[in-house]
Design a protein around this ligand. Structure first.
Ligand code: AMP
Length: 198
């Protein structure tokens, strides 16, 4: 099962992806997590990405395409994977298409979580509050200014991805404002249909 989640930051992509990894025993490939790990490990890529990420802007396509292409080759991706936060631009989607073609793989589904932006800002504020209450470390880009920038980046660069996948007949949409369990049920339904067609 190879799956892409689309939707703005805070839409619940990470939450749904985690549930699916358990159910289908496939990894969630979050480019945000991979980049944060690279920043923490102070690798060459991490050093290049840090300032861009802290400003809420997008890391270059070249860097993320390479990270994803390498990650997909890992043994734990043999049964499939869920891409979370990638592709984020139309050029990344085109690059992903080429990467998958070269590896003889194809996507089973592209699912967009539709949400309203005011609710997103509240969700992200809650995520910060809960993390602080739990004694955890808040992401350096979870602050109002960076969140606003991430939403602008999303609107300008990532929202066109919906049209890209819709024009190819690959896009499925789910109401991301519904309760988590309802969203999960709807995603399960889409995936069963995709499996039936495959
Ligand atoms: P996320 O955890 O998905 O919200 O990503 C956090 C940050 O990592 C983003 O604001 C970007 O700076 C960077 N990032 C993650 N995925 C990508 C991507 N596919 N393309 C470019 N930048 C990315």
């Amino acid at each position: 099962m190879r799956l892409i989640f689309l939707g703005p930051p805070g839409a619940g992509k990470g939450t749904q992806a985690k549930l699916l990894t358990e159910k289908h025993a496939i990894p969630q490939l979050s480019t945000g997590d991979m980049l944060r790990a690279a920043v923490a490990a102070e690798t060459e890529i991490g050093k290049r990405a840090k300032a861009v990420m802290d400003a809420g802007q997008l890391v270059s396509d070249e860097i993320v395409n390479e990270i994803v292409s390498q990650r997909i080759d890992s043994a734990d991706c043999a049964r499939g994977f869920i891409l979370d936060g990638y592709p984020r631009t139309v050029p990344q989607a085109v690059a992903l298409g080429k990467i998958l073609d070269e590896k003889g793989l194809r996507l089973n589904a592209v699912i967009e979580l539709i949400v309203d932006e005011a609710a997103l800002v509240r969700r992200i504020e809650n995520r910060v509050k809960e993390t602080i209450e739990a004694g955890g470390k808040v992401r350096s880009d979870d602050n109002p200014e960076a969140v606003r920038k991430r939403l602008v980046e999303y609107r300008e660069k990532t929202a066109p991805l919906s049209d890209y996948y819709a024009s190819r007949g690959e896009l499925k949409t789910v109401d991301g404002m519904a309760p988590v369990e309802t969203v999960t049920r709807e995603i399960d339904r889409i995936l069963s249909e995709a499996a039936a067609v495959a």
